[in-house]
Design a protein around this ligand. Sequence first.
Ligand code: ADP
Length: 600
Amino acid sequence: EELTASQSDGRDGDGASPGVGKVGIGALFPYLRPHLKVLGAVSALSVATATGLLAQPMLIRSVLDGLHAGAAVGGLLLALVLLLLIAGAASAVRDYLLHRTGEGVVLSVRQQLAARMLRLPMPEYDCRRTGDLLARLSSDSTLLRSVVTGGLMELLSGVVVLVGAVALMLVLDPLLFAVTVLGLAGAVGAVAVAQRIQGASTAAQEKLGEMTSATERAISGIRTVRAARAEERETQEINRCARGAYRAGLRIARLRAFVGPLMTSAVQVASLVVLGVGGSRVAAGDMSVGDLVAFVALLFMMMMPILQAVGAYADLQTGLGALRRIEEVLSLAEETADDRRSGPVPVSVDRAAPTGSPAAIEFDGVTFGYDAADPVLREVAFRVPPGSRCALVGPSGGGKSTTLALIERFYDVDRGAVRVDGVDVRDLSRAELRGRIGYVEQDAPVLAGSIRENLLIATPEADDAALMAALRAAQLTELVERSPAGLDAPVGESGALLSGGQRQRLALARTLLTGAPILLLDEPTSNLDARSEHALRQALDAVAEHRTLLIVAHRLATVVDADQIIVFDNGRVVAAGGHDELTRSSSLYHELAAHQLLVR
Ligand code: ADP
């Protein structure tokens, strides 16, 4: 229990960002701006229905007083029925338009969130929890809908009804109105209570985010969890978050529950007093029965919108709590915010060399740390000539994968420069740079989906013949021939249905399709069997034609073929050269080779 809790705290950060504090109603405006016309129509309809509502007691009063005086009231009754019908139709149209706007706001928020979530700078993904991001996209955005549908417009029509009812009551009987004002005191208290809902709502959504994260973590690592017999502990962690959401939900429920009866009793007390005082005035002949009935009807009518407005205010606060979490992600800069350094446009690598021809890669005194205070690469320098094959070797944690990440510009160097064909990669847009590179990451180089989907990620326009050719070159045809689904055979979550070697070769096939002149391959650390290894080497030979290859190698079989081997140790390049040369000159390389029984 303690272990899981501290782990989750460590990866969590605090849900709400320091940058986005409590948000006000103005923060909603940008999301409503595209819908202003419809909202205008909705407002007009709201005012119309509110007016219709207010006219009803006045018509009833005329009917009652008319009946009392023995006059014909057929016309009045017909008018009353028509009014009810029109008001009903207007409110139906208004509700539909309102909900359409609400859905529209949710849609655009989701689109913005999705676009931003896939374009954050790499360090954001290193420290954020996937599940928490997911919760913002799915559940927080949903809460914004009720702000539009329930919150804003209920407030507006509430105000109209309230003002109208007060005015009519004053006209009907100022004395009785003075009595009702006493009932309003309770309403003020209710609004104060509703204000506290925003904080409780943010807390509830944060707990939901934690719960999604905990679930995502346990399920994506289900084999580890099972093997460690940690199902119970992980379940408890999920339950702990669920209980947190439950408690925050209860706090909201208590606040809301308190608000309703407070208002209702205020109305009840006020109406009893009004009936008592009004009844005696009717008996004394100072007031007609119609006046009194209309007055009581208006009293209830006035309390209804106050009650609704308090509920709407609660919805608004709930939604603003969710908006705060959404804004926190939307306020993050995109990776491309610092895409190209300013200054003269460099000669593009595409123009420097004919398209598709191999490119040179150069590291010039590169120092880099994920945390600037703690470099993981120090003064790294090497050059990979165009069309050559270069292997990065050395103990794990030495900085080999980081080196590949710098070429892709997943991160930018702290000092020195990474150059492709002589151009500093920071002078290229990331899109242009990445278009030149095929990258095969170490552990999960394929995505959930089918073989076809995985091949088409970078080249959506490739036809089946091209896909089959790429699979052939990658020694993977047996995969599609074996399965009746062929190219549409599923690969499982992160390629779980494939072996480690098949995943790597599928990713290689993908880079073959792109024709990218540079290939970065992070070899899986897991041992491949001799046949998979042979297949991988043949696939690499196919890839190596017309390409510059940079491979993080764990198996010396991959290394002996290389034109150049670079030995990393603890963030520094400690040796470089060919296999035979390094066996003689580098004790670290000799040791690595000896472990794999290639030298004695
Ligand atoms: P290698 O590929 O040689 O095993 P890496 O480049 O993966 O080495 O890692 C070098 C160092 O950087 C290690 O100490 C590792 O803990 C750290 N590191 C790797 N990736 C990250 C990351 N995304 N955030 C912070 N530190 C990292």
